[in-house]
Design a protein around this ligand. Sequence first.
Ligand code: ZN
Length: 141
Amino acid sequence: MIGRRLEVAAVHLVRLATGDDLYEGLTTFVTDAGITAATVTCLGAVRRASLRYYDQDLHRYDDFVLDEHLELVAGVGNVSLLEGASFLHLHAAFARADGQAFGGHVNVGTEVFALEAHVTELRGEPPRRRPDDCTGLTLWG
Ligand code: ZN
């Protein structure tokens, strides 16, 4: 187990514009704001969701797209450092008109219809992602 204590520095309320890319938009916000450690939540709606599923046996991501209008029911993520740059890790659940839900690791290619995010900036030594041989992922070291 690895634990780290940081303190809340600020809470940023962010709204992305219709047509923005969810992943790239939030990444641009945290990068431009110089945020290297944060928790992220978001909600809204998308025109298209581009997601990934990590295959734990094969240690690779399988990408898939939900090319339809969806509610972004719940997005949760964090910001840490990867190779010296701010890195957003974001998962989200999306729902259709009948409430059926899907989710995954948010990839580039998710088109925003409306998006409100809360980025809680943290002060202190930011977590740094390092390759993890056991999982094949880059995890907090
Ligand atoms: Zn993930």
